[in-house]
Design a binder for this molecule. Structure first.
Ligand SMILES: [Zn+2]
Length: 228
Protein backbone atom coordinates (compact mmCIF):
# COMPACT_ATOMS: atom_id res chain seq x y z
CA UNK A 1 0.00 0.00 0.00
CA UNK A 2 1.07 3.56 -0.68
CA UNK A 3 1.64 5.84 2.27
CA UNK A 4 3.96 8.26 3.98
CA UNK A 5 6.70 5.79 4.89
CA UNK A 6 8.70 3.06 3.16
CA UNK A 7 8.31 -0.54 4.40
CA UNK A 8 11.06 -2.23 6.41
CA UNK A 9 13.25 -5.24 5.62
CA UNK A 10 12.36 -8.22 7.83
CA UNK A 11 14.27 -11.47 8.36
CA UNK A 12 11.80 -14.17 9.34
CA UNK A 13 9.29 -16.66 7.96
CA UNK A 14 5.64 -15.70 7.46
CA UNK A 15 2.94 -17.95 5.95
CA UNK A 16 0.96 -15.25 4.11
CA UNK A 17 2.94 -13.16 1.62
CA UNK A 18 3.46 -12.09 -2.01
CA UNK A 19 6.59 -13.25 -3.88
CA UNK A 20 7.51 -10.88 -6.69
CA UNK A 21 10.22 -10.53 -9.32
CA UNK A 22 11.20 -8.02 -12.01
CA UNK A 23 12.95 -8.27 -15.33
CA UNK A 24 14.67 -5.02 -16.32
CA UNK A 25 16.60 -3.35 -19.14
CA UNK A 26 19.79 -3.57 -17.02
CA UNK A 27 21.34 -3.65 -13.56
CA UNK A 28 21.04 0.01 -12.49
CA UNK A 29 18.09 0.94 -10.21
CA UNK A 30 18.95 4.56 -11.04
CA UNK A 31 18.69 4.49 -14.81
CA UNK A 32 17.18 1.18 -15.97
CA UNK A 33 13.50 0.38 -16.54
CA UNK A 34 11.18 -2.52 -15.72
CA UNK A 35 10.10 -4.75 -18.65
CA UNK A 36 8.28 -7.50 -16.73
CA UNK A 37 6.74 -7.81 -13.28
CA UNK A 38 5.30 -10.99 -11.81
CA UNK A 39 3.98 -11.97 -8.41
CA UNK A 40 2.36 -14.91 -6.66
CA UNK A 41 0.08 -14.49 -3.65
CA UNK A 42 0.50 -17.10 -0.92
CA UNK A 43 -1.84 -18.03 1.90
CA UNK A 44 -0.77 -20.63 4.47
CA UNK A 45 2.21 -21.63 2.29
CA UNK A 46 0.11 -22.22 -0.87
CA UNK A 47 -0.11 -20.11 -4.05
CA UNK A 48 -3.68 -18.75 -4.35
CA UNK A 49 -3.28 -16.05 -7.04
CA UNK A 50 -0.82 -14.89 -9.70
CA UNK A 51 0.00 -11.56 -11.34
CA UNK A 52 2.22 -11.23 -14.41
CA UNK A 53 2.64 -8.75 -17.22
CA UNK A 54 5.24 -7.50 -19.65
CA UNK A 55 5.82 -3.73 -19.55
CA UNK A 56 6.63 -1.29 -22.32
CA UNK A 57 9.74 0.58 -21.08
CA UNK A 58 9.41 3.22 -23.85
CA UNK A 59 13.01 2.54 -24.89
CA UNK A 60 15.06 -0.15 -26.62
CA UNK A 61 15.90 -3.25 -24.58
CA UNK A 62 19.69 -3.80 -24.72
CA UNK A 63 20.78 -7.05 -26.37
CA UNK A 64 22.49 -8.18 -23.15
CA UNK A 65 19.20 -7.99 -21.23
CA UNK A 66 17.20 -9.79 -23.95
CA UNK A 67 19.80 -12.55 -23.95
CA UNK A 68 19.29 -13.18 -20.20
CA UNK A 69 15.49 -13.00 -20.00
CA UNK A 70 14.42 -13.62 -23.62
CA UNK A 71 12.24 -10.46 -23.67
CA UNK A 72 12.49 -8.48 -26.92
CA UNK A 73 11.33 -5.04 -28.14
CA UNK A 74 8.59 -6.72 -30.24
CA UNK A 75 7.21 -8.54 -27.18
CA UNK A 76 6.71 -5.32 -25.17
CA UNK A 77 5.65 -2.97 -28.02
CA UNK A 78 1.90 -3.29 -27.30
CA UNK A 79 2.20 -3.74 -23.53
CA UNK A 80 1.09 -1.14 -20.93
CA UNK A 81 3.60 1.34 -19.48
CA UNK A 82 4.79 0.82 -15.89
CA UNK A 83 2.74 3.66 -14.42
CA UNK A 84 -0.45 1.70 -15.27
CA UNK A 85 0.99 -1.67 -14.32
CA UNK A 86 2.29 -0.40 -10.96
CA UNK A 87 -1.25 0.62 -9.91
CA UNK A 88 -2.49 -2.93 -10.60
CA UNK A 89 0.51 -4.41 -8.78
CA UNK A 90 -0.16 -2.25 -5.70
CA UNK A 91 -3.82 -3.39 -5.76
CA UNK A 92 -2.66 -7.02 -6.05
CA UNK A 93 -0.24 -6.90 -3.10
CA UNK A 94 -2.60 -5.02 -0.74
CA UNK A 95 -0.77 -4.79 2.59
CA UNK A 96 0.96 -8.18 2.27
CA UNK A 97 4.61 -8.68 3.17
CA UNK A 98 6.68 -8.91 -0.04
CA UNK A 99 9.23 -11.70 -0.59
CA UNK A 100 11.90 -11.85 -3.29
CA UNK A 101 15.51 -12.77 -4.06
CA UNK A 102 18.06 -9.95 -3.76
CA UNK A 103 15.18 -7.45 -3.60
CA UNK A 104 16.80 -5.24 -0.94
CA UNK A 105 19.63 -4.27 -3.30
CA UNK A 106 17.69 -4.51 -6.56
CA UNK A 107 13.93 -4.92 -7.09
CA UNK A 108 12.72 -2.79 -4.15
CA UNK A 109 14.86 0.11 -5.39
CA UNK A 110 13.06 0.10 -8.76
CA UNK A 111 9.63 -0.16 -7.10
CA UNK A 112 10.36 2.54 -4.50
CA UNK A 113 11.82 4.81 -7.18
CA UNK A 114 8.78 4.50 -9.43
CA UNK A 115 6.19 4.82 -6.62
CA UNK A 116 7.80 8.11 -5.65
CA UNK A 117 8.11 9.29 -9.26
CA UNK A 118 4.55 8.39 -10.35
CA UNK A 119 2.51 8.86 -7.16
CA UNK A 120 4.67 11.06 -4.87
CA UNK A 121 4.08 8.45 -2.16
CA UNK A 122 6.05 5.57 -0.58
CA UNK A 123 5.38 1.84 -0.80
CA UNK A 124 4.72 0.87 2.81
CA UNK A 125 4.83 -2.93 2.50
CA UNK A 126 7.49 -4.61 4.64
CA UNK A 127 9.63 -7.11 2.75
CA UNK A 128 11.79 -10.21 3.21
CA UNK A 129 14.89 -10.73 1.03
CA UNK A 130 15.59 -14.45 0.50
CA UNK A 131 19.27 -13.79 -0.41
CA UNK A 132 20.49 -12.72 3.07
CA UNK A 133 18.03 -15.22 4.57
CA UNK A 134 19.62 -18.04 2.51
CA UNK A 135 23.14 -16.90 3.47
CA UNK A 136 22.11 -17.06 7.13
CA UNK A 137 20.28 -20.41 6.92
CA UNK A 138 22.66 -22.18 4.51
CA UNK A 139 26.23 -20.98 5.24
CA UNK A 140 27.34 -24.36 3.88
CA UNK A 141 26.46 -23.28 0.32
CA UNK A 142 29.26 -21.60 -1.64
CA UNK A 143 26.82 -19.51 -3.69
CA UNK A 144 23.27 -18.34 -3.02
CA UNK A 145 21.80 -17.40 -6.40
CA UNK A 146 18.16 -18.45 -6.80
CA UNK A 147 19.21 -21.28 -9.15
CA UNK A 148 21.84 -22.47 -6.60
CA UNK A 149 19.10 -22.72 -3.97
CA UNK A 150 16.75 -24.49 -6.39
CA UNK A 151 19.51 -27.01 -7.19
CA UNK A 152 20.20 -27.56 -3.48
CA UNK A 153 16.52 -28.18 -2.72
CA UNK A 154 15.97 -30.16 -5.98
CA UNK A 155 13.30 -27.69 -7.16
CA UNK A 156 12.89 -27.73 -10.98
CA UNK A 157 14.62 -24.60 -12.39
CA UNK A 158 13.14 -24.66 -15.92
CA UNK A 159 12.32 -21.25 -17.34
CA UNK A 160 14.59 -19.43 -14.88
CA UNK A 161 15.02 -15.69 -15.56
CA UNK A 162 11.42 -15.14 -16.56
CA UNK A 163 9.72 -13.35 -13.72
CA UNK A 164 6.73 -15.65 -13.03
CA UNK A 165 8.86 -18.82 -13.10
CA UNK A 166 11.37 -17.23 -10.72
CA UNK A 167 8.48 -16.29 -8.37
CA UNK A 168 7.17 -19.87 -8.28
CA UNK A 169 10.70 -21.19 -7.75
CA UNK A 170 11.44 -18.70 -4.99
CA UNK A 171 8.10 -19.43 -3.30
CA UNK A 172 9.25 -23.04 -2.81
CA UNK A 173 12.70 -21.86 -1.70
CA UNK A 174 11.17 -19.49 0.88
CA UNK A 175 9.05 -22.31 2.33
CA UNK A 176 12.20 -24.47 2.69
CA UNK A 177 14.14 -21.58 4.26
CA UNK A 178 11.26 -21.24 6.72
CA UNK A 179 11.85 -24.87 7.75
CA UNK A 180 15.60 -24.17 8.12
CA UNK A 181 14.81 -21.24 10.42
CA UNK A 182 12.60 -23.50 12.53
CA UNK A 183 15.25 -26.24 12.72
CA UNK A 184 18.10 -23.91 13.66
CA UNK A 185 21.55 -23.48 12.17
CA UNK A 186 23.35 -26.49 10.70
CA UNK A 187 26.97 -26.89 11.88
CA UNK A 188 29.59 -26.03 9.27
CA UNK A 189 32.00 -28.71 8.07
CA UNK A 190 35.65 -28.02 8.87
CA UNK A 191 38.47 -28.58 6.37
CA UNK A 192 40.76 -31.30 7.82
CA UNK A 193 43.74 -29.85 5.93
CA UNK A 194 43.67 -26.13 6.83
CA UNK A 195 40.89 -25.68 9.39
CA UNK A 196 38.83 -23.47 7.03
CA UNK A 197 35.18 -24.21 6.33
CA UNK A 198 33.93 -26.56 3.60
CA UNK A 199 31.31 -25.17 1.20
CA UNK A 200 28.92 -27.09 -1.01
CA UNK A 201 29.75 -26.39 -4.65
CA UNK A 202 28.31 -27.44 -7.99
CA UNK A 203 30.89 -28.89 -10.38
CA UNK A 204 30.78 -30.49 -13.80
CA UNK A 205 30.16 -33.89 -12.21
CA UNK A 206 27.65 -32.81 -9.55
CA UNK A 207 27.90 -31.32 -6.07
CA UNK A 208 30.95 -31.66 -3.83
CA UNK A 209 32.42 -30.04 -0.74
CA UNK A 210 35.33 -27.66 -1.41
CA UNK A 211 37.50 -25.67 1.00
CA UNK A 212 36.54 -22.01 1.27
CA UNK A 213 40.28 -21.14 1.30
CA UNK A 214 40.54 -22.24 -2.36
CA UNK A 215 42.87 -21.72 -4.24
CA UNK A 216 45.27 -21.66 -1.25
CA UNK A 217 43.80 -24.96 -0.06
CA UNK A 218 42.51 -27.39 -2.69
CA UNK A 219 40.90 -29.93 -0.36
CA UNK A 220 37.64 -31.44 -1.69
CA UNK A 221 35.32 -34.14 -0.44
CA UNK A 222 32.66 -36.16 -2.27
CA UNK A 223 29.12 -35.99 -0.99
CA UNK A 224 28.79 -39.73 -1.66
CA UNK A 225 31.54 -40.44 0.93
CA UNK A 226 29.75 -38.17 3.30
CA UNK A 227 26.42 -40.00 3.22
CA UNK A 228 27.84 -43.56 3.33
ZN1 LIG B 1 41.28 -26.22 3.47
Amino acid sequence: MLGLRTGEKLEKYVKDYVVFDLETTGVSPLTDAIIEISAVKVRDGQIVDEFSTLVNPKRRIPYGASRVNGITDEMVADMPVFEEVLKDFIDFIGDDILVGHNIHEFDMKFIHRDCEAFFRLFLGNDYIDTLPLARKCLPILGHHKLTDLATYYKIPAEGAHRALNDCRMNQQVFERLGEELKNGEKPLKVCPRCGGTLKLRNGKFGSFFGCSSYPNCRYTENIANETK
